[in-house]
Design a protein around this ligand. Sequence first.
Ligand code: ACM
Ligand code: ZN
Length: 486
Amino acid sequence: MQKINVVPRPNAVTYTGGIVCQTAFDNVFEYTVSDPKLGGEGYCLKLEPSCVTITANTAKGLFYARKTLEQLKAAETIPCVTVEDTPRFSYRGFMLDSTRHMQSVEEIKKLVDTAALLKFNTFHWHLSDDQGFRIESEKFPELNEKGSWREGDDFGSRHVAERYGGYYTKEEIKDIVAYCAERFIEVIPEFDVPGHTTALISTYPQLSCRNEQIAVKTKQGIFEDILCAGKDETLKFVYELLGEIIELFPSEIFHIGGDEAPKIRWKECPECQAKIRELGLENEEELQGWFTSKIIEFLAGKGKKAIVWNESLAGGNLPEGTAVQMWMDPKKNSVTWANRGNPIINSDFYHYYCDYPYYMTPLKKTYNFSPVPKGVAPIMERFVLGVECPMWTEHVYSFEWLCYMAFPRFAAVAERGWTKQRLCDCADFENRFTAIMPLIKEKGVYPAPKNEWNYNPAKRLGGTLSFFADKIDFELVANSLKNMKK
Ligand code: ACM
Ligand code: ZN
């Protein structure tokens, strides 16, 4: 029997017999219903020989039904089926780093179209980092004049002398946010603090502990100069800038980073140390927790909630209820956080980061990874909001390369976010993804060729090593190790 090929795999499909005629697609009936089984994102799609009927509780559910239909229609023969489908997780995100390298509005829209086809509902947009600040600011125009530009690229072995930079204008951002909203994708911007802030400090050195003029970075890495948490001026600036940016993003959620913030400057800074004493804090990790809490409080005043990377848990004083995004968490603080009844998102770097080569992270490894981190108690699984696949772009400087790295791995994460565990099967996914590849290409997104999805184990080590030999900055690794010991 002819089977249907849909990604993510629908959770219930009944084959009702017979074949759908092409004219059925001229007779599509849509109804909004009130069916508790379907929730806010589910839908029912009935394909009969001469008509199609869609029902859902919400416009979003109807949209997902149409996305399933779009995939079904691409097949030569289509069996009559009833699909009843609801997602496993409420958070199904992809992340795009537009700081290290930017993508054009048109490219982002192609990615968004493909994400919508795969029923992603969240676009986490990484917009500020050491290598550039990418949001237009009218309050702080110098941030765009200075902090949005760097003197070339020195990522790994790639060196480009030409000045690089720019930012998305408010109009462009609004355009992208609206484009996403039409596709039921929420844009969560990331404004990463207190670390990864060289672009801010290069413009306003007084926001750092040493007040020293530093340049926007041309290399990848973890940098020692971060925002000074001891100065009142820093939070004042963050509030003002955030207040301006917030206006562009209707999402109730805002990502405020918190990853990879070395404490070396804070340990030596009189103002940071005075703040620690004034607040009766134990150490610099608690200072980060306090600093983050202040921003969360500010966001709450604007009706917003925060997401933070898992390092923000290190001080043990993050406000309860804050959503934590797990990426690298050897102490499993995120698991403890979820087990205490707080929301987490799984974007484990070893499985879900899609900027690593297929040699290191083959499709199977991404696909077979469980969205629920080990150690989360079964009764607390509901605090795992879902999954996210990040695309960092230090080494991804063309849209073609980005698509090659993202697909099919983004699709694998989309499926793990939507489809129940018992229906997930990587070989089956690969067949279905192959079937819908022409549709994805029509959107201007070209996935990696099939023979590169899962290299055989003999090739994987060599390929991974050669990637790192070319891309890794050994000076950076040595510095990071030195900092970790301090
Ligand atoms: C991260 O990859 N630094 C979140
Ligand atoms: Zn300081």
